[in-house]
Design a protein around this ligand. Structure first.
Ligand code: FES
Length: 334
């Protein structure tokens, strides 16, 4: 007999076998519940039983029994499907939040008002995150999200900061980084990363990045990671208003080395070397034909992402094939 266990509020679902503790079943599913003694003494693994029946060292309890809570995951075995409330739990692959005081190593202007920021974590402290995730710089009383522009690589991380005269906070952040030797950050955040073995193993299936402006930062980190796995079918479509928006030469370098397929696109600037009159959706359809086995990572603002999604959907693509940070904070317009 197997029972389904749901952990709220994260909505994590896994299965426990007969006579398996909640903690053991969660661990087997790649879910991390805090633990120490594993014999019912320290209570660090306590959860709240909302629904279901469990066997505990003190007897069999239903959720409404006065002794049912707190439920200790390490010594409780389900006797029905369960719903638990548990805040401090990490889903498969999820990395615990870290606070790090980084050393500001380098602040260097690139093109188009974009700055390359290099940060270094303290000695002995590796920075844990998945390529595609972001951090929050904690500057004075503000929290400023930035995609990490480099794949995990020990203590170093790279950010791309776009600075413009109509964006006061971008100017303040630049000034801070130019005048301070350290900056605090909280990471990792975001759920755009290639999560499971299926996604990482299909290294011949097309993986398409469609990015606008400094959305390139997210694509750069993820492409670096995929190239480590020798992903052979990476396509990058980088869209800017004009040629000055292509602030990094990295994409062109990868293309010149034969590692990725790269299209730099501007909508209205014929003088751009890579000008094309096709939309990105038309170009992808023309090149790949069947869109049913592609995965798309789309990096940009909500209007950009939803307009690309609509264009691809008109050619047989489904939203479940797309990853974008936008889905977490901006609902799709009706
Ligand atoms: S881990 Fe100590 S009580 Fe469960």
């Amino acid at each position: 007999m197997a029972y389904q266990i749901t952990i709220q509020p994260k909505g994590l679902i896994f299965t426990a076998q007969e006579n398996e503790s909640v903690l053991d079943a969660a661990t087997r599913a790649g879910i991390k519940i805090r633990k120490s003694c594993t014999n019912g003494n320290c209570e660090i693994c306590r959860a709240h039983l909302t629904a279901g029946v469990v066997d505990t060292p003190f007897g069999r309890h239903t959720a409404d029994h006065p002794d049912a809570n707190p439920l200790l995951c390490c010594v409780s075995q389900p006797r029905s499907d369960l719903i638990l409330e548990l805040e401090k739990v990490l889903g498969p692959g999820e990395i615990a939040l870290q606070h790090i005081a980084f050393q500001v190593q380098n602040v260097e202007p690139l093109k188009g008002g974009v700055y390359h920021i290099q940060l270094l974590a303290p000695a002995g402290k590796d920075v844990n995150y998945h390529a595609g995730q972001y951090l929050e710089l904690l500057i004075e009383d503000g929290e400023y999200p930035f995609t990490i522009a480099s794949a995990p690589n020990g203590r170093e991380i790279e950010l791309h900061l776009g600075v413009s005269s109509d964006n006061q906070s971008s100017q303040s952040i630049l000034t801070y980084l130019q005048n301070n030797s350290t900056v605090r950050a909280r990471l990792p955040k975001g759920d755009v990363w290639l999560k499971n073995q299926i996604e990482l193993c299909n290294l011949h299936d097309p993986l398409i990045f469609i990015v606008a402006g400094t959305g390139f930062a997210q694509a750069k980190a993820m492409i670096e990671e995929q190239l480590k796995h020798q992903h052979s079918a990476i396509h990058l479509y980088w869209i800017n208003r004009d040629a000055s928006g292509f602030y990094s030469d990295q994409a062109k370098q990868w293309a010149d080395d034969g590692l990725i397929h790269y299209h730099a696109m501007t909508p209205e600037t014929p003088e751009c070397e890579f000008f094309t009159e096709l939309t990105v959706e038309e170009l992808i359809h023309l090149k790949l034909g069947n869109l049913s086995d592609i995965k798309v990572v789309c990096c940009g603002g909500p209007n950009f992402v939803y307009s690309v999604l609509s264009g691809l959907e008109s050619k047989g693509f489904h939203q479940s094939q797309m990853l974008s940070d936008v889905f977490a904070y901006a609902p799709r317009p009706e």
